[in-house]
Design a protein around this ligand. Structure first.
Ligand code: KIV
Ligand code: ZN
Length: 519
């Protein structure tokens, strides 16, 4: 087989990684995060060493504004971006939140440029769109030289108009221009040609970094991003686990590991600390409750599992037979027995940090108490148990809290649940009959919270092996077009179910409040 041309060191280009998990990712159904969750995840992105964190859309709601502000105040290292439409009000509001990051604050403003979007969504003429874009960039540049402009639906935009807009916004002060495939429509060679066209036809293109932002509707977001950097793009926008609108965005872990694994033919590097990829993926799953599929590249549970005998044989002879990257390079360390009931606070804290959980003293104390209680119930406490404890303990702003639950059930009894909760600080209690223990528990919770939310999914699994394992319940609930996911874990699956349902109701409440607060 002919060997591909080796890449010389001096041909290598650095690609900036712009993470939008907290903005585009968070927009997707079920992925919403509260301010503390966003901050926790931003800290992990800092460890991952991404170049830019897009922390939210400040004008969208009070909660989004506060989250961007908090991230801008707390995170050191990466630049912090906030999204805004091409409107003066949006830009002023975004800078209010971003100014705390100083010169690392980035205003990211956008307007759609395709005929379809201009005609049907914006109902604007191309000349008006161009004028709005330039005005927005000028306003943003009055605050900071770090301005990114996105031509929404760039891939379906007529190329001469796209070039005209890009040239005008660079002249107005944009230092990054983003060419998104908003609807996940393009294919690699076409996207390559679009970026090449801009390089060849926009006279001032060298004054800005070309960014790309690919959606995954046809499963090509990563391949398209690779094609774009080959054509000259210098920044890639992506998300952990590939979450995002509809089918999601370019997956950060896949893109980064392609560059790392195929450095022989792809002359690009990123600054990503790849050993932080697995902790980032797990943290996101823990926060949102949305798991990645087992066969997901890089971070799926089976990504490094070799099942077939012939593969196992090859692996025993030499790992390079079936392994193109090592589990260690993506931060996957064996899920070993980590701690037991005699483990101390120091070991507990250290392991949590290795798993990507940086807790303040108060939360650490609460989590440690939970760990001790769990270690009394089950001899072996695994990484996954620790993740579940932290997830449970980090739910601070909860309106609804579970205090106690008792269920009687069995083959000769009508299931009855007695539930005591604290709602807005007040204890309340009720009992309900049901068709099985979970049904009776959920009926009681419904009665106490007066919720009308519809339960659309209920899954129960076990966090680790053994009959003393913690059960983990994931529920999906929906109300008024909003979907949220809730998770709960306990060695008792009825308690885990109640916790998951209450978690979902709290998230729904937060989401509804955020939307009501929206400016
Ligand atoms: O998909 C898209 O076009 C976007 C822009 C706002 C960057 O998310
Ligand atoms: Zn997008």
């Amino acid at each position: 087989m002919a060997k591909a041309k080796q890449v010389a060191k001096d041909e290598t280009r650095i690609i900036k990684i712009f993470d939008t998990t907290l903005r585009d990712g968070e927009q997707a159904p079920g992925n919403s995060m509260n301010i503390d969750e966003k901050l926790r995840f931003a800290k992990q992105l800092q460890k991952l060493n991404v170049d830019v964190i897009e922390a939210g859309f400040p004008i969208a709601s009070e909660g989004d504004f506060e989250a961007v502000k908090k991230v801008a105040q707390s995170i050191k290292g990466p630049e912090i971006a906030g999204l805004c439409r091409s409107s003066i009000k949006d830009i002023d509001r975004a800078w209010e939140a971003l100014k705390y990051a100083g010169e690392k604050g980035r205003i990211h403003t956008f307007i759609a440029t395709s005929d379809i979007h201009m005609k049907y969504k914006l109902q604007m003429e191309p000349a008006q769109v161009l004028e709005s874009a330039v005005k927005a960039v000028k306003r943003a540049a009055g605050y900071t030289p770090n301005v990114e402009f996105s031509c929404e639906d760039a891939v379906r935009t007529q190329l001469p108009f796209l070039a005209q807009v890009v040239e005008a916004v660079i002249a107005a002060g944009a230092t990054t221009v983003n060419i998104p495939d908003t609807v996940g429509y393009t294919v690699p060679f076409e996207y390559f040609n679009i970026i090449k066209y801009l390089k060849d036809n926009v006279p001032n293109i060298e004054q800005a970094v070309i960014s790309v932002h690919c959606h995954n509707d046809l499963g090509l977001s990563v391949a398209n991003s690779i094609a774009a950097i080959q054509a000259g793009a210098g920044q890639v926008e992506c998300t952990i686990n590939g979450i995002g609108e509809r089918a999601g965005n370019c997956s950060l872990e896949e893109f980064v590991m392609i560059l790392r694994t195929r450095r022989d033919i792809l002359p690009f590097i990123t600054g990503i600390a790849t050993e932080q990829l697995t902790p980032a993926s797990r943290l996101l799953t823990n926060i949102t409750g949305i798991a990645v599929q087992p066969n997901k590249s890089v971070v799926g549970a089976n990504a490094f599992a070799h099942e077939a005998g012939i593969h196992q044989h090859g692996m025993l002879m030499d790992k390079s037979t079936y392994e193109i990257m090592t589990p260690e390079s993506v931060g996957l360390t064996a899920s070993a027995l980590v701690l037991g009931k005699h483990s101390g606070r120091h070991a507990f804290k250290k392991r949590l940090e290795e798993l990507g959980h940086d807790l303040d003293d108060e939360m650490l104390n609460r989590a440690f108490e939970r760990f001790k209680a769990l270690a009394d119930l089950k001899k072996e406490v695994f990484d996954e148990d620790l993740d579940a404890i932290v997830t449970d303990e980090s739910r601070e702003e909860d309106q609804y809290k579970l205090e106690h639950i008792t269920v009687t059930c069995g083959s000769f009894a009508v299931a009855t649940a007695t539930v005591q909760m604290e709602i807005n600080g007040k204890p309340v209690r009720t009992a309900e009959l049901g068709d099985g223990p979970v049904d009776s528990a959920f009926k009681a919770i419904r009665k106490l919270t007066k919720t009308k939310a519809k339960l659309t999914q209920y899954n129960v699994g076990s966090i680790t092996g053994g009959t003393d394992a913690q059960g983990e319940v994931t529920v999906r609930v929906e109300e008024g077009g909003h979907t949220v996911v809730g998770k709960g874990a306990s060695t008792d699956i009825i308690v885990a179910s109640a916790k998951a349902f209450i978690h979902a109701l709290n998230r729904l409440h937060c989401k509804q409040k955020r939307l009501m607060d929206a400016v």
